[in-house]
Design a protein around this ligand. Structure first.
Ligand SMILES: [Ca+2]
Length: 483
């Protein structure tokens, strides 16, 4: 077998969890920060009390934003688990990093997951001397690369209770609730890590992903509370895409009921309940950083891989380019560098995280990365920033939800969505006059459709996005009206 540098690093890491730092290319900068990147699964922005949720209280997570920065317009460029995670790791759009879907249904694209030789912010920090760890959900099909130690749940996150794990190649069966296991292992990582160098830890919760099994102690939270309905609960967008999509709360199988209101209450309550155990375990991790006197030199990010519909347009799930599915929380605490109470509403996306972490670590950002470091925004520096971003979704027809392939451009005022396969369809929303995205202006304002489409095409050329050969009609098992 040919021994490449990366396989050599991997075998060393496998041989000893505290592998000596043989491959650091340059001295680690003095005071180089530790990085704790906490990620939840399918958590929409407003499912936190720091973002104004009137029912769910999340003091553990809120502390990160209150003692640091809160981003109000942070978006993902592909609202789906594996693709969004690959974007975060690589600083590349889905069409460039190859992880365009969770692995279903797209005959044109790489189905193999993240390539193990793909450089990520993790592998670059590792090579620069950081001790790198990963705990929890991974979902990228290939095994984690660039980590000194890892312990992952299977597939998209495994079961909530007594999940199996794969720890550095060794199969394990765990006991307890998924979120508590992630919390316990985080504390163990913080305690046992090598103390002679900074660490990077990805703390990846499965919550609040389907099938929403709360920890026993939170099973009865929100009992007796009537969750208010979103304004668009009864709205029906009259588009081919939504006639095909199978994402209606009224017909979701999870709660063995076809009563839309019953399903809505059960869905939101269980979604919130799983976040209570995340919040508790984030609180434990923060307390451990305080106790170990690491807090002052540890950068914490809290984010999510995609948003989620909780009743908007009568839907659940994500995928579609409406704001509830593409907007996510992003909180950043970095004592001494980020002023407590910082609030930013620039259009920042998951493509920007990898370059940001590299700049913070003092590592040159590779020119192939497509995101932009938002360190200047964190430090409240005046900086020119983008006024639009590109979105893409490729997983059609998938095994379940039938959300058509689409792409689009979102500015602060406008959103253009293009379903590029036949039947080709456009949606246009004025986000300032119609923030709930209920009035499709595509046919009444063709001039704006043309203008935004031409901006999107220019951006796509810049980002290296090309159509797959022979775009095909949107056929398959997804017939309109089946939802
Ligand atoms: Ca997800």
């Amino acid at each position: 077998m040919k021994i490449t540098r990366r396989t050599a690093i991997k075998s060393l890491a496998a041989a000893s969890l505290a592998a000596p730092r043989l491959f650091a290319q340059r001295p680690i900068p003095r005071n180089a920060p530790n990085i704790l990147f906490i990620m939840t699964d399918d958590q929409r922005k407003d499912a936190l009390s720091i973002y104004g949720n009137p029912i769910l209280k999340t003091p553990g997570i809120d502390r990160i934003g209150a003692e640091g920065a809160r981003f109000d317009d942070f978006f993902v460029t592909n609202s789906l688990c594996a693709p969004s995670r690959a974007v975060y790791l690589t600083g590349l759009y889905s069409h460039m990093n190859g992880v365009t879907t969770n692995g279903f249904g797209d005959p044109f694209r790489n189905q193999g997951g993240l390539r193990e030789d793909q450089e990520t912010f993790v592998s670059l920090l590792h090579d620069a001397g950081w001790y790198t760890g990963l705990i929890g959900k991974w979902h990228l099909r290939s095994l984690p690369a660039g980590f000194d130690q890892w312990a992952i749940f299977p597939g998209g996150g495994g079961p909530y209770l007594d999940p199996p794990m794969n720890a550095n190649g060794v199969p394990l069966r765990m006991r307890g609730h998924s979120d508590d296991i992630v919390g316990d292992q985080t504390l163990e990582f913080l305690d046992k890590r090598p103390k002679d160098r900074p660490f990077l830890l990805l703390m990846n919760f499965k919550s609040p992903h389907r099938n929403w099994v709360p920890a026993k102690r939170f099973e009865n939270a929100f009992a007796g509370i009537d969750i208010p309905l979103p304004r668009t609960y009864e709205d029906r967008l009259d588009t081919d895409a939504l006639r095909r999509a199978r994402m209606a709360i009224a017909s979701m199988p999870d709660f063995k009921s076809t009563d839309k209101d019953f399903n809505y209450q059960a869905l939101v309550k269980n979604y919130y309940r799983t976040l209570l155990s995340v919040d508790e375990n984030v609180g434990r991790a923060l307390a451990a950083l305080d106790k170990l006197e690491l807090a002052s030199n540890t950068l914490i990010l809290f984010g999510s891989d995609n948003g989620f519909f909780l009743g908007e347009y009568g839907l659940y799930d994500k995928r579609l380019m409406y704001d509830p599915a593409i907007r996510v929380p992003m909180l950043v605490r970095w004592p001494g560098r980020v002023q407590p109470g910082t609030v930013d509403s620039s259009l920042v996306t998951n493509v920007d995280v990898a370059p940001t972490l590299l700049e913070i670590a003092g590592i040159p950002v590779p020119p192939w990365m497509q995101g932009t470091s938002f360190l200047p925004l964190l430090e409240r520096k005046l900086v020119e920033w983008r006024d639009a971003f590109y979105y893409e979704f490729h997983e059609y027809p998938d095994y379940d939800h039938c959300a058509r392939k689409h792409r689009g451009l979102r500015t602060e005022k406008w959103k253009l969505i293009e379903f590029w396969e036949k039947p080709v369809e456009y949606e246009l929303y004025d986000l300032q006059k119609d923030p709930d995205e209920t009035k499709n202006l595509a046919s009444s304002n063709p001039r704006m459709v043309r203008e935004l489409k031409s901006r999107m095409e220019a951006l796509r050329r810049e980002l290296g996005a090309v159509d797959p050969p022979g775009a095909v009609p949107a056929v398959g098992p997804c017939t309109p009206g089946a939802r």
